[in-house]
Design a protein around this ligand. Structure first.
Ligand code: PEP
Ligand code: MG
Length: 590
């Protein structure tokens, strides 16, 4: 971090990881944990008892958390620990107090509202009553009751709530951490960019930022203590650099860069209707990854030939209940209609790990290691009703245009056979209902994103109609590096020789079996890595729509036969640094 002093305000430059290309300039909007904007929704009479139980479980967890903190405070040197102990004892008393619990439970019961809203409402009332007291000691207790309320809310929601839908226009959001669901609520027309302390290159938040075309730097350690609300700030989403209080010269330089990018984008737009074909006439299919329904428009504008990955998680985020079959069907049908005859690859629900969905509630309580836990297909097979509803919606939507069904996180043949059984049951039911579906039925494929699936690709290829390689998770699970953890982000490397060999093995297995294979992980949108993928025999790539024109430009510069020779040389290497050097030489020679 370096500092200098223009006109009384220190310029600070802090480096993180650039995860979403572009430059943002705007006032900082610093997200703080707050009691504000907790969602309120109605609870059916039959669900009141369960909601009260949920509140009691949260209160119990909060008490356990305070007890743990008290134990730690007792271990502190006496003078440091005493004040803290007193405070924690007061908090423990408040969490257990009959006044707090009965106030919350009465609200849930009488008003039929969710536990979060009941806590917020009652804590508000209690804090206001304390603040109004004349005794300054008692008045100061308002702060304690708010802290206790926040602790309860965090237990209930497992996250912090901020109204991401109504931020000041043109701001740069600065937060400790943002979930993909938070990011999905942001309107890119209102927000200039994103900065967080936590998060890695291919975390789902990073992918969401790229899909919204919001310049973003994650893993920017140490920013929260130094940035204040409304500080002018620049985010360089390529370099991962954040500049707080830039001087006039720096601002002018970054504005020039924004203008240069606009010019480049205008040039790239001209490629829209040209084919993605190499110089030696090898045709490559470029498709779009969709995070949110509005990406369908961006996909068309970017000239995508279809959707290689529709992440259906958006249907389950930021809502208290599960979407019905009808609701899912309508959302999917709208996207298929918008793609106007181009194929749409719909992936079944992939939540768990860092992708949490509020609507699934307790079904995915965080296990000891969420990335290795009840995620994606594992959850779906444990909750077949969830999968049946989703498959029924997909099959109905398949009457609107060509659809492919894609299963996430497959690691064994048994899982595919179980899904086929569920699918057969769903189809039988729909036929009985005389519902229109695609005929013949939509192809069923799997993500190759767990090393076991890649190694076993020859056997899997006999069970399914296509493969989609998910390099984000494949890299994470192959290298044992959490894709969302900034502390090990420098070790996360899809160009690691072990990852490349898994990709090559998968591509060869697909070719041997004669089934289509694509890449829909983030490397497919990386113009530096695409020549290597073409050299490895890939002919179908799916990426965030914004990356598509640049990737097309790169493919049109390539010779596929030369790329194959270069790729062979790269795959023969056993060290990451040699791979990076050879890849750079390849790109420089284009
Ligand atoms: C992947 O893992 O590469 C992938 C495309 O899926 P997601 O990023 O949604 O996990
Ligand atoms: Mg994945």
């Amino acid at each position: 971090m370096k500092t200098k002093e223009p006109s009384g305000t220190a310029t600070q430059v802090i480096n993180g990881i650039g995860v979403s290309t572009g430059i943002a300039i705007g006032p900082a909007y610093v997200v703080e944990p707050a009691l504000g904007s907790v969602p309120e929704y109605s609870i059916a009479r039959s669900g009141i008892g369960r909601e009260i139980e949920r509140f009691r479980a949260a209160a119990k967890a909060a008490r356990a958390q305070i007890a743990k903190l008290r134990k730690r405070a007792q271990e502190l040197p006496r003078n440091a620990g005493d004040d803290l102990l007193l405070l924690l004892e007061a908090h423990a008393g408040m969490v257990s107090s009959a006044r707090l619990t009965s106030g919350v439970e009465t609200r849930i019961h009488e008003r039929g509202i969710n536990a979060e809203a009941a806590v917020q409402d009652w804590v508000h009332a209690l804090a206001a009553a304390f603040s109004a007291m004349e005794d300054p000691y008692l008045a100061a207790r308002a702060e304690d009751i708010r802290d206790v309320g926040l602790r309860l809310l965090l237990q209930l929601t497992d996250r912090q709530y901020t109204a991401f839908t109504s931020l000041p226009r043109g701001c740069v959001v600065v937060a400790e951490e943002l979930s993909p669901a938070d990011t999905a609520l942001m309107d890119p027309a209102m927000i200039a960019g994103l900065v967080t302390t936590l998060g890695g290159t291919d975390s789902h938040t990073a992918i969401m930022a790229r899909s919204l075309a919001l310049p973003a730097a994650l893993g920017v350690q140490g920013i929260i203590p130094v940035v204040r609300a409304s500080d002018p700030i620049i985010v360089d989403g390529d370099a991962g650099t954040v500049i707080i209080h830039p001087d006039a010269q720096t601002l002018a330089e970054y504005r020039r860069r924004i203008e240069a990018r606009r010019r480049l984008n205008r040039q790239l737009k001209r490629l829209r209707d040209l084919p993605a074909v190499t110089r030696d006439q090898v045709q490559v299919t470029l498709e779009a990854n969709l995070e949110l329904p509005r990406d369908a428009v961006a996909a068309r504008q970017a000239g995508a030939e279809g959707v290689g990955l529709l992440r259906t998680e958006f249907l389950f985020m930021n809502r208290p209940d599960l979407p019905s079959e009808d609701e899912q069907y309508r959302a999917l049908a709208d996207i298929i209609d918008a793609l106007d005859g181009r194929p749409v690859t719909i992936r079944t629900l992939d939540v768990g790990g860092e992708k949490l969905a509020t609507s699934l509630g307790d079904r995915i309580a965080a296990g000891p290691n969420p990335a290795l836990g009840l995620r994606a297909i594992r959850l779906a097979l444990q909750e077949p009703a969830l999968m049946e509803t989703q498959l029924a919606a997909i099959m109905r939507a398949s009457a609107h245009g060509p659809v492919r069904i894609l299963l996430p996180m497959i690691s064994s043949i048994r899982q595919i056979r179980q899904v086929r059984q569920i699918l057969a049951k769903v189809v039988r039911r729909l036929r009985r209902r005389k519902v229109k579906m695609a005929h013949p039925l939509s192809p069923l494929g799997v993500m190759i994103e767990v090393p076991a699936a890649a190694i076993n690709a020859d056997s899997l290829a006999r069970e399914v109609d296509f493969f989609a390689i998910g390099t984000n998770d494949l890299t994470m699970y192959c290298l044992a590096i959490d894709r969302g953890d900034d502390q090990v982000a420098d070790l996360y490397d899809p160009l690691h020789p072990a990852v490349l060999r898994l990709i090559q093995h998968t591509v060869d297995a697909a070719h041997r079996s004669g089934i289509p294979v694509s890449v829909c992980g983030e490397v497919a949108g990386n113009a530096r890595i695409v020549p290597l993928l073409i050299g490895m025999g890939l002919r179908q790539l799916s990426m965030t729509p914004n990356s598509l024109p640049r990737v097309k430009q790169r493919i049109r510069q390539l010779d596929a036969a030369i790329a194959a020779r270069r790729a062979q040389g790269i795959l023969d290497q056993s060290e990451e640094t040699q791979i990076a050097t050879l890849l750079d030489e390849f790109i420089d020679a284009l």
